[in-house]
Design a protein around this ligand. Structure first.
Ligand code: GLC
Length: 711
């Protein structure tokens, strides 16, 4: 990997492992890359007709980014339509896959534009107006090997506790303790597994961070314990902006110590978010990071074990200056007979007060005593907020994994937390977008990720929630969340038939946790991806063009239904595979599907799982919550004629001891011995397992079943 420093780059701490990285000059780059440095920068590459461009993490459009224009500029935008250029994240790593293979990472915390064949069909142009950044050029012979090199350089992805692989339920907002308890009871009464319920902004007193509204939660600590007794952890939200209010300790302390971002006069910058006027902690200043990170202990000390950081692009509803300017203009237009242009101008004047670039340019960070304009560091804000929490967790609670994820992110933040993909909508198109985004965010290091299942904005319906849940069971972060004012979309909010299908689907997720957790942990520890596009493994032209199927871990492929009124879908089967159409994880109906395009019938209650040749899937059992699952008996499902093997990873799921090698990796191998007869060998400890049942299906569809006891 080559590193080229241009100008004086800001140290984003995205790359932390410099082994194998050579410091070089622009002139050392291969001829096919053109780099021009003027007032800004421009990097260009002439794409071949069939080149694919992977990467850019959380963004709109498909897995292959070609044909679009994208901007890295963390944006609070709740309408994720294909014409948008940025969402909440800035993920600047991409891979060109074709006759020439290489990766590029633009390590720059300000605005970067990626024009990938949008202006000129065959031209990839990366540009920015600030010529101070580090450019990483990553050669390699495949997209996967290039991605792994990049991932090695950016360090180990965030590892959540194992319970965070359970189902999670959220809504903006469950109003109080009683309603949360009732939601918890509905899960238990319906036998739908659930591990967490989220506390959205209304749990706070007037939206003030690190407060709890006593009128809604008369004894918060006791309530947290009570819910935990049901196997449900509560996950509160933390917002970036801190309310300006005399007597509120966070406000007072921050002011006294000079911990907030300042305007050009050196006064704390004022923006408005949920609480009304707020100041923004200057997370880029190490002391502020330490200070804010400590504050999470207010909730941790009351039994909380996970958080979601929000509004940290940062979202600014309006600034005082921006609002005044807009109001003056609107007032001046009052009473006029507006022509069409002035009318549209009037409308956009009010819209543009939120997340306005002029506001981002009007405040400053104090980085080691030097004031730096926010605009130039914009993409680091959510990252450093999450880093401050993550570092505090490690320092103050070194023996415990704490769940943490964020809305805004930049590469580097993946070491401290995961991400959810923000305010999507209850649209079928956003189910597809969820599918397409997952491998891309994995490339950037964000393994613990997922979208709001069922969709956040707009009203969902039973079919959409059902189909979305059938994909959601494969995402490490598996959370159903919905916006204020929208229709309820908890699994039991529709008819009983829907409740049953979703129950079976969530139970399947729990049964797959041995596999999902094992694949997640191996992906993290090996700098690999948990979700891969088919083209990362299969080299056929058809495989490379598939935009709606994914490999999940090493053993399976998924092909979710993402269109309404469907009773099946077309699937590209890249090699012969074993299809398991799951109604419940206990059913055993397998079908061998041959390589090629196939129409697969899928009733509303069927989740398709394709098991790859000579690989196997590990299926355990469900419980009401993760730590309740009894996996003393597990089942392997293998598709092979001769030999299938699997490396099963497990650890305690709660501590960081795996970092010191305290985990188990057992090798499970199924071997054919003669006519339709198979044996299983197990090397290494399989934590907590006493019996392994195994089912082997061969290419003729013959089924063999056996079992293995562990002494
Ligand atoms: C933002 C978040 C959303 C949350 C809402 C209220 O829109 O993205 O998840 O529910 O704020 O806190």
């Amino acid at each position: 990997m080559n590193k080229i420093d241009i100008g004086t780059p800001f140290n984003t701490q995205a790359i932390i492992n410099f082994e194998g990285i050579r410091n070089t000059k622009i002139s050392d780059l291969p001829q096919f890359l053109k780099v021009e440095i003027t007032q800004g920068f421009k990097i260009s590459f002439k794409m071949d007709r069939k080149d694919i461009v992977y990467g850019l993490g959380e963004n709109v459009r498909g897995i292959n980014k070609r044909g679009g224009i994208y901007e890295s500029f963390c944006s609070d935008d709740f309408t994720h339509t294909p014409d948008k250029k940025s969402l909440y994240a800035a993920h600047n790593f991409l891979v060109v896959d074709g006759d020439t293979n290489f990766g590029l990472f633009i390590d720059h915390p300000g605005l970067v534009t990626f024009d990938i064949g949008y202006t000129h069909k065959d031209e990839l142009v990366i540009s920015g107006d600030n010529p101070n950044f580090s450019l990483y050029f990553i050669p390699g012979d495949s997209s996967l090997s290039i991605t792994k090199k990049f991932r090695t350089a950016i360090g180990l992805s965030f590892i959540p506790p194992k319970w965070a692989f359970g189902y999670q339920q959220s809504r903006w907002s469950y109003p109080d303790a009683e309603s949360i308890e009732n939601i918890g009871k509905e899960f238990r009464n319906n036998e739908i597994p659930c591990d967490t319920i989220y506390l959205d902004i209304d749990y706070m007193e007037d939206f003030k961070n690190f407060t709890v509204d006593n009128s809604k939660f008369p004894n918060f600590k006791e309530f947290v314990a009570k819910m935990k007794g049901m196997g449900i952890r509560l996950i509160p939200i933390i917002d970036a902006g801190c309310k300006i209010e005399k007597g509120y300790p966070i406000y007072e302390e921050g002011i006294e110590k000079g911990y907030y971002c300042v305007d050009k006069e050196g006064k704390p910058f004022v923006g408005a978010v949920w609480p009304g006027k707020v100041h923004f902690p200057d997370f880029l200043n190490e002391n502020v990071g330490r200070w804010f990170g400590q504050k999470y202990d207010f909730l941790i000390n009351q039994g909380i074990e996970g958080f979601w950081n929000d509004m940290n692009e940062p979202a600014i509803f309006y600034s005082e200056a921006g609002l005044k300017k807009a109001m003056d203009k609107v007032t001046s237009m009052a009473g006029q007979n507006l022509d069409i242009y002035s009318f549209f101008d009037l409308k956009s004047t009010m819209e543009s007060i939120s997340n306005n670039i002029d506001d981002y340019k009007s405040f400053y960070h104090n980085v080691n005593g030097k004031l730096i304009n926010h605009y130039d560091l914009h993409n680091l804000y959510g990252y450093f907020m999450t880093k401050s929490a993550g570092e505090s967790f490690i320092n103050n609670h070194p023996d415990k994994r704490i769940l943490l994820f964020s809305r805004a992110s930049y590469v580097g933040m993946h070491r401290y937390g995961g991400i959810w993909t923000g305010d999507n909508k209850s649209w079928w198109e956003h189910l597809l977008l969820n599918i397409q985004m997952m491998p891309s965010v994995n490339m950037e290091g964000f393994l613990y990720s997922g979208a709001d299942v069922g969709g956040f904005g707009s009203n969902s319906d039973s079919e959409l929630v059902t189909r979305w849940t059938q994909f959601g069971i494969f995402t490490p972060l598996f959370r159903n969340h919905a916006a204020l004012g929208t229709r309820k979309q908890e699994p039991f909010s529709f008819d009983i038939g829907t409740t049953n299908i979703i129950k079976n689907t969530i139970q399947l997720r729990y049964a797959l946790i041995p596999y999902i957790y094992s694949e997640y942990m191996k992906a993290a520890l090996n700098n690999d991806m948990y979700f891969k596009p088919l083209g990362f493994v299969y080299t056929s032209e058809q495989s490379k063009r598939i935009e709606d199927q994914l490999l999940v871990g090493d053993s399976i492929m998924v092909a979710p239904v993402y269109t309404p009124n469907s009773f099946g879908r077309n699937v590209w089967v890249p090699e012969d595979m074993l299809l398991w159409k799951v109604k419940t994880y206990k059913n055993r109906n397998f079908e061998v599907v041959k390589e090629g395009f196939k129409y697969i019938d899928l009733e509303l209650d069927e989740t398709p799982i394709f098991i790859r040749k000579n690989k196997m899937l590990v299926v355990g059992n469900h419980g009401n919550f993760v730590s309740e699952i009894d996996n003393s008996v597990i089942t392997l499902i293998a598709y092979t004629d001769d030999e299938a093997s699997y490396e099963l990873y497990d650890d305690d799921g709660v501590t960081h001891k795996f970092r010191n090698g305290e985990f188990s990796k057992s090798v499970l191998k199924i071997t054919a011995n003669g006519d339709n007869n198979y044996s299983l060998s197990v090397k290494g400890e399989v934590i907590g397992v006493k019996t392994i049942n195994y089912i082997v299906v061969n290419s003729l569809g013959a089924v063999y079943e056996g079992n293995y006891s562990i002494e």
